[in-house]
Write a protein that binds this ligand. Structure first.
Ligand code: TTP
Ligand code: MG
Length: 605
């Protein structure tokens, strides 16, 4: 089965409004007809039900008093069968339409939510907790689904049941009918009173649930750290505390619910008993026939019980409304514009890159890059060296526009970076991240991930060879089909890095960024990768971040970073010539260590 077509012709952002019921109405785009049908079918079913009470009345009042077999009795029997069948069939049809509507709406909501979330900016994801986003895309979407599947249709049902049965009752006996619904306004007022209270408590509950799922999710991703530091007890206490808070908030929420029930139950109870009593008295006084009494008793039940449910639904609706706000808070966030930009995108980047006085801050007034200026020609390589936290990763993440710089100007091929659509830049620029992430899929799928088309085995192997990954991949029994991560083998840090390298090599980008891409591999492997890189880097601009002088020494331009600034620049030779400079100091330190190691090895041999 394929999803209904109207699922995708919809932009959830259209449903953003302060008036939440209007928002729900807009959310139903494409499904209103089906939903209306669900309500109509329900109405038919209810009418059949009501009609059967009237047939009872006719049977008791008209057919039964006759001694002989009344000619209408077979007809009455037939009417009962037809009405019962009609009630059942239409009730089923209504349920089917309602479930299709609500499930489709939930399906669409989850899809659009997922898609929206993955299009939000890095800045948003940096701030928003994963658990919070998960809880909003699951638990809150589910509350909205319940709104459609139970609450909205339930309210439609109640209005229909109430009107049809009240109509029948009015036709039977108007004064009795009016007396029988005196409590209805009271129930509505009580429901509205509880509505606000329940929704406040539900909001607190959802907030806590998100917190709890963040705690859980962090604990699971960090399970190695927890175990390594033997902090299970600490983590359990932390979780227990959050969980206890969840318990309390859940209890408060349910308590409000529990408080609501007795109120309406008692009111409805008195109404029903009072109605029965009144009608019975009227029968005894000869003001009401027995058949009418029987019909009345059934009809009254079918008026009052829905009213009780109305209260419940109004109160439950508050949860859907709270969830609406929580979902819309995410939907309201501006998506990263991926395709807008005036720069031409029909050709590949050449790769001239220039920074002019670029400053950048993640948070206001806390610059992590200050007045960065340099320029490289297409095909050149730039190496970035510097202490941890000096801003190297931040600098290169400006190029694919993961973040937009605060001041200054960056140009690629002479065009301001902001004029390039992000999508285009990210296709043209390949980045091997400092902490590469692999999906729980096969190694082959991971390597082919960035290409976006079918790739041949030979292409995959070539990329893996260049990343010095081919040989280790073949040592696994299943080779390239080996599953990575939680469902398969856990790769070592260096293996992961090489698969990530292969992934970027295969993408064949015009600007290549390697953020500490060989930090986890041994010197011999690094040497192999460097040879492959020298071939690969030909004709493309490359940024290499590394801590080893050996890795950076061949670059056309070396930038030495310190606290967000470039403190030294030049080629390996120029920088070495600068006695007392940072570069020279790092060089001396690293060669001294190497010499010592060599001496050590020599002495052992
Ligand atoms: P980085 O740019 O990550 O520093 P680095 O890449 O030079 O360090 P390393 O060699 O260890 O990889 O960070 C510079 C500063 O920016 C640092 O103080 C942390 C801060 N920062 C953020 O606030 N948010 C971010 O997303 C990142 C990546 C860094
Ligand atoms: Mg870094």
């Amino acid at each position: 089965m394929t999803p209904p077509a109207q699922i995708y012709k919809y932009d959830l952002r259209d449903s953003i409004t302060k008036r939440r019921l209007v928002g729900f109405w807009r959310m139903m785009t494409g499904f209103r007809g089906l939903y209306a049908w669900a309500v109509v079918a329900l109405g038919v079913s209810a009418a059949a039900n009501t009609a059967s009470f009237l047939v009872v009345r006719y049977f008791v009042d008209e057919a039964l008093p006759n001694r002989e077999m009344h000619p209408s009795i077979p007809l009455i029997a037939l009417a009962f069968v037809v009405l019962a069948a009609g009630q059942g069939v239409f009730s089923y049809l209504s349920g089917r339409a309602a479930s299709k509507t609500s499930e489709s709406l939930a399906l669409r909501l989850r899809n659009t939510m997922f898609d929206h979330i993955q299009r939000l900016s890095f800045t948003y994801h940096d701030k928003m907790q994963t658990g919070e986003l998960i809880s909003r895309s699951t638990s809150d979407v589910d509350a909205i689904r319940r709104f459609f599947s139970e609450q909205a249709i339930g309210i439609g049902r109640i209005i229909i049941l109430f009107s049809i049965n009240l109509g029948a009752l009015l036709a039977l006996h108007a004064p009795l009918a009016l007396i029988s619904v005196v409590v209805v306004p009271v129930i509505v007022v009580i429901s509205l009173f509880f509505f606000k209270r329940v929704s406040d408590r539900y909001e607190l509950l959802q907030e806590q649930e998100a917190k709890l799922s963040t705690t859980l999710q962090e604990n699971l991703s960090g399970v190695r750290v927890v175990k390594a530091f033997a902090r299970q007890d600490y983590e359990r206490n932390k979780f227990e505390k959050d969980n206890w808070e969840q318990y309390n908030r859940g209890r408060n929420f349910m308590l409000m619910h529990a408080l609501f029930w007795p109120f309406t139950d008692i009111i409805c109870f008195f109404q029903i008993i009072g109605g029965y009593f009144l009608a019975a008295t009227m029968v005894m006084n000869g003001e009401l026939t027995l058949g009418t009494y029987l019909a009345y008793v059934s009809l009254l039940g079918w008026i009052i019980n829905p009213m009780r449910n109305l209260g419940r639904l109004i109160v439950q609706m508050s949860t859907g409304m709270v969830s609406y706000n929580r979902v819309m808070d995410v939907i309201r966030q501006e998506q990263e514009a991926l395709t807008t930009g005036s720069a031409p995108t029909n050709r590949d980047l050449r790769g001239d890159v220039a920074f002019e006085d670029v400053s950048f801050e993640y948070e206001k007034d806390n610059p992590v890059l200050k007045d960065i200026s340099f320029a490289v020609k297409a095909g050149q390589s730039v190496a970035l060296l510097g202490s941890t936290g000096s801003g190297k990763t931040s600098m290169v993440s400006l190029l694919p526009r993961f973040y937009d710089y605060t001041y200054g100007k960056i140009t690629i091929d002479g065009i301001e970076l902001r004029d390039y659509p992000r999508h285009y830049l990210r296709k043209q620029i390949g980045i091997v991240e400092q902490e590469p992430f692999l999906f729980s899929r096969s190694i082959r799928e991971n390597i082919a991930y960035g290409v976006g088309r079918e790739v041949s085995d030979d292409e995959v192997y070539a990329a893996a060879r260049a990343a010095a990954a081919h040989d280790f991949i073949l040592t696994f029994p299943e080779g390239y089909n080996t599953l990575v991560g939680e469902r398969g083998v856990t790769l070592s840090g260096g293996q992961k890095q090489r698969v990530a390298l292969a992934r970027t090599f295969l993408k064949n980008p015009h600007i290549l960024i390697l953020d500490d891409a060989t930090s986890s591999v041994d010197s011999e492997t690094e040497d192999m990768i460097r040879q492959a890189l020298l071939r690969l880097m030909k004709g493309r601009t490359t940024f290499i971040i590394a801590h080893r002088i050996q890795t950076v020494m061949h670059a056309d331009l070396i930038l030495v970073f310190d606290k967000g600034e470039i403190v030294q620049r030049g080629t390996h030779r120029e920088l070495l010539a600068h006695e007392g400079g940072i570069y020279r100091r790092i060089y001396d330190l690293q060669s001294r260590i190497e010499e010592e190691v060599e001496k050590e090895i020599a002495s052992v041999l």
